[in-house]
Structure formats: structure tokens, C-alpha cells
Ligand binder design. Structure first.
Ligand code: LLP
Length: 460
């Protein structure tokens, strides 16, 4: 994050607050969020995309993808910076609403929304419901009709673009659960051979349903994407589809959401394109495709999550046990690897074990003076896969009581945390104006016990 530096004594600081002071005040593991950095990244997306699309379609809307790091505070920061908020469940929707986000500026996603979630969105006046299948479209139309309401719908399309990223988070190729394919299907959901694409079947059904207002289409090609070409190709394909819709039905849909997925640097080898460059390349692709098809440019929106929240966070851990283990080097010799165990792990950041994600770590409470040695930072869970940072050079004298900081942990950590091994989840603190305050309190073992229904304790 922008506010991270080293002070005169070599200690890591966040907006001038020493790491040791944060650890002392709030405990560890601790997720520290630089609020100013979060807000600056939100603003950069907003201004970058607004500028790139100003001439073409009067600007662009940016939704903060709540799934990456949704709390009352982050939702408010996003909204205060002029962003809208994307939600993926009734729980996320409740957080965004409680934060005071204008319902008209909230989107509801999900490939399997419950009736309660859909009804909640309809009655609360959520601005966009992103529909994922023909089945869901029909069901939502029925629900809305039963309640005398109109569903504001975006259809999520799969343009068949393979984002160059980890397979589990690449979502716009064909054989996966999300979206409506643009490719003709061999059979529809009822088993009839139609030769039509699920996307065109859904458009027809949406236009025919009186309780549905079809606002536009959506696509999301994956996550942690560094280059603009995948986004541009998806935009081209979806715009070609909008031209087909116009030719078949005589309607030009008003909006096109190009999803999230903008990548960040977790380690020094990562070099994602800055948002403004992605915006410029996308605007060029949209300009060319709309000209080719004679379409008016739809209103463009995007949904970045990681690229706003990720770099703004860092996790502070306290070192416990260290040990050195012999490993077989590729050249047949034996080398040593230092294991540095910290007081958290896969329960506060499951990304290394789930996606083989790389992070780095630095010694945070003092200047790193001793010789750097190849180290592996591990957690305290009962699994050998419980790795925080696979390979990192840490000073050889890092020892019990030292603090380690793992940067870029704002996204998909707090929201994916668990209580594995009955570890209470860490606190989250926000730093702004040189002061830190708790935004999520640390969980306690009492919180965990509180959910137990104990048959041996009649008092409960
Ligand atoms: N919009 C939609 C429809 C999405 O499915 C996602 C992410 C986003 C926006 C935001 O993507 P972002 O800008 O944050 O990349 N847990 C995984 C990431 C899963 C992303 C799922 N969808 C991870 O930790 O890498």
C-alpha cells in the first residue's frame, strides 16, 4: 500500500504508525488496511474508465466487487468515492444495504440465487440483478410477476474467452457453471434440440416477460488478469451479439458490464497493466466494434475487486517457532530451508493452499540486517500445506517475537477466512490520517463456543 514505509530505525510503518505499535495495540494476526490507498485505487478506476469512455458513451460506472473484501467500512469507502457495489449473496447484499449504499447502485450476482435473495433484491430496489441462466430468468420473472414487481435484469454471457490465469478462477470458457453461452447449444435445458445459443434463448425470454426489464448484458472472463487483450476480445464478441439482438428483435440494449478481474502484483515478478491502460485498450475495442456493427455505444460498467482492495491490505504476524530442514537441491546436493512459523496461516489466508498463490514477506519490527536466507513462512494449522509464503529470503536471525508483514492481502482473505483448528479470526484495522481504528473486531474463542448447542448444559 502507498502508506507503507520504513522509519529511521528500520521498522515498517503504515502511515507513520510502527508495525510493533499496531501489533501491540490490536494483536496479531492482524489485517491492516490503508484506507487512503483503498480510496485512491477506487478513484483511479473511476476516473480512468470515465475518461476513457467519456466521448464514446458519456463515461462508465465502476462497481466495487464486494466479494473481494466487503465490510460496512469498505462498502462506504467505495460509495463515497462514487463507486457502486456488487454483491454475490443475500449476506453481501445485507452488508451493502446496511452500509447505506443506494440500492439502485447495487448489483446482485450469483449462479444459484435463492427465492429469498431474489425477492430481497426486488423489494429493496436493487438496481441490477445479473441473471446467470435461462432457468433463473424464468423463475425470477415468475417471482417478480407474483409480487407485482419488475426485475431489472442484466444477462451474464460467456463469450468463450480463456483468461490466462489459474483454472479455478477463469470463468468465461464453456465448460463451467457460470453464464449463458454465446455458442449454439446441442440441446436446451428441456432437452430440445434448438441449435440456438442459451444467450439468445434468454434474451428472447427476457424481452417477452412483462415482469422483466432487460437492461443489458454482462460478462466476466476471470480474475488476476494482467493484460487488456482478453477483456477486449470478450467485449468484441459480446458487442457482436448485441448487434444480433438488434437485428432479431429491433432493440439495442442500453448497458454492457465487462466484469472484474484486473490483476495486482503479489510479488516483484508480477507486472499487471495499470487500470488506465486497460481502460484505453478496452475503449478502443468498444469503439471499433460498435462502429463495425453500427451500434450506439452501450453504457459501460466494470466490477474490480482485487485491484482496489488487494494492495491496500497487509497482514502482520508474530513469529513463533523457527527450524531448519534439509531439502534436496535440483543438482543432487543437500540444501537447507528455514521454516518460520507464524501465529496464523490458512485460516486467515487460504489463497496459497487453494490456488498455489505466491506472496512475499518482510521483517516488520526492525531493520533486516542479518544475511537473507531462503525461508518458508508457514502457519500454525495441522496440515503441511499450510503455507503462507512458499519461498522468501528473510534475515537469518528472524526469531520468536519478530513481526512479519505479508503485503497485498486486502482481497479474498478476510472474506475467505475460516475457523479451522478453532482459530478465532483476526481483527481488521483501517488506517487513515495517520491513525488506526478497528473495523472488524478480533473473534474470540467465546464467539466460537457461543454457537455450540450443548446438550449437557441445560442453562444454554
Ligand atoms: N465480477 C464477477 C462477476 C466476479 O465473478 C468477480 C470475481 C469479480 C467481478 C471480481 O473479480 P476481481 O476484480 O476481484 O478479480 N477467490 C479468488 C477470486 C475469485 C474471483 C471470483 N469472481 C482468489 O482469491 O483469487
Amino acid at each position: 500500500a502507498a502508506g507503507v514505509a520504513r522509519d529511521g530505525a528500520g521498522q515498517l510503518t503504515v502511515q507513520g504508525i510502527p508495525a510493533a505499535e499496531l501489533a501491540e495495540t490490536f494483536g496479531t494476526p492482524l489485517l491492516v488496511v490503508d484506507e487512503d490507498d483503498f480510496r485512491a485505487r477506487a478513484r483511479a478506476f473511476k476516473s480512468g474508465f470515465e475518461a476513457a469512455f467519456a466521448d464514446l458513451c458519456g463515461g462508465a460506472d465502476v462497481y466495487f466487487a464486494g466479494k473481494s473484501f466487503l465490510t460496512l467500512s469498505t462498502a462506504r469507502w467505495a460509495a463515497e468515492e462514487g463507486l457502486r457495489v456488487d454483491t454475490a449473496s443475500g449476506g453481501e447484499l445485507a452488508i451493502a444495504l446496511r452500509a447505506g449504499v443506494d440500492p439502485a447502485h447495487i448489483g446482485l450476482h450469483g449462479n444459484n440465487k435463492s427465492d429469498a435473495e431474489m425477492l430481497d433484491a426486488l423489494t429493496q430496489g436493487v438496481g441490477r440483478i445479473i441473471v446467470d441462466s435461462v432457468d433463473e430468468l424464468r423463475h425470477l420473472a415468475e417471482l417478480a410477476a407474483q409480487h407485482g414487481l419488475t426485475a431489472p435484469v442484466m444477462l451474464r454471457l460467456t463469450p468463450g474467452v480463456h483468461a490466462h490465469t489459474h483454472e479455478f478462477i477463469a470463468t468465461a470458457h464453456e465448460d463451467q457453471k457460470f453464464g449463458l453461452s454465446l455458442a449454439p447449444a446441442t440441446g436446451d435445458d428441456d432437452g430440445n434440440v434448438t441449435g440456438r445459443s442459451p444467450a439468445s434463448v434468454a434474451v428472447e425470454a427476457a424481452l417477452a416477460a412483462e415482469s422483466v426489464e432487460l437492461i443489458g448484458v454482462h460478462c466476466h472472463i476471470g480474475s488476476q488478469i494482467f493484460e487488456a487483450d482478453g477483456f477486449a476480445l470478450a467485449a468484441q464478441r459480446v458487442l457482436a451479439f448485441l448487434a444480433e439482438v438488434r437485428d432479431a428483435h429491433g432493440v439495442e440494449l442500453a448497458e454492457l458490464d465487462l466484469g472484474g478481474g484486473h490483476g495486482i502484483a503479489y510479488t516483484a515478478v508480477d507486472a499487471p497493466r495499470p487500470p488506465a491502460q486497460i481502460a484505453a485498450a478496452l475503449a478502443e475495442a468498444v469503439r471499433a466494434a460498435t462502429a463495425e456493427h453500427g451500434l450506439a455505444c452501450p453504457r459501460i460498467s466494470i466490477e474490480p475487486g482485487r485491484a482496489i482492495a488487494g494492495p491496500a491490505g497487509l497482514t502482520l504476524y508474530t513469529v513463533g517457532v523457527t527450524k531448519t530442514v534439509d531439502v534436496d537441491a535440483p543438482d543432487g546436493t543437500t540444501a537447507a530451508r528455514r521454516y518460520v512459523a507464524v501465529d496464523g496461516g490458512m485460516s486467515d489466508n487460504p489463497r496459497p493452499v487453494l490456488y498455489d498463490a505466491d506472496y512475499t514477506a518482510v521483517c516488520a519490527n526492525r531493520a533486516p540486517q542479518a544475511t537473507p536466507v531462503l525461508s518458508r513462512v508457514v502457519g500454525k494449522h495441522c496440515e503441511s500445506g499450510d503455507i503462507v509464503v512458499k519461498d522468501v529470503y528473510l534475515p537469518s536471525d528472524v526469531a520468536r517475537g519478530d513481526l512479519l508483514a505479508v503485503p497485498a492481502t486486502g482481497a479474498y482473505t478476510h472474506v475467505m477466512g475460516s475457523n479451522y483448528n478453532a482459530l478465532p479470526r483476526p481483527a481488521v484495522v483501517a488506517v487513515t490520517g495517520g491513525a488506526a481504528r478497528t473495523i472488524i473486531r478480533r473473534e474470540t474463542v467465546a464467539d466460537l463456543l457461543d454457537r455450540e448447542v450443548d446438550p449437557q448444559d441445560p442453562a444454554r
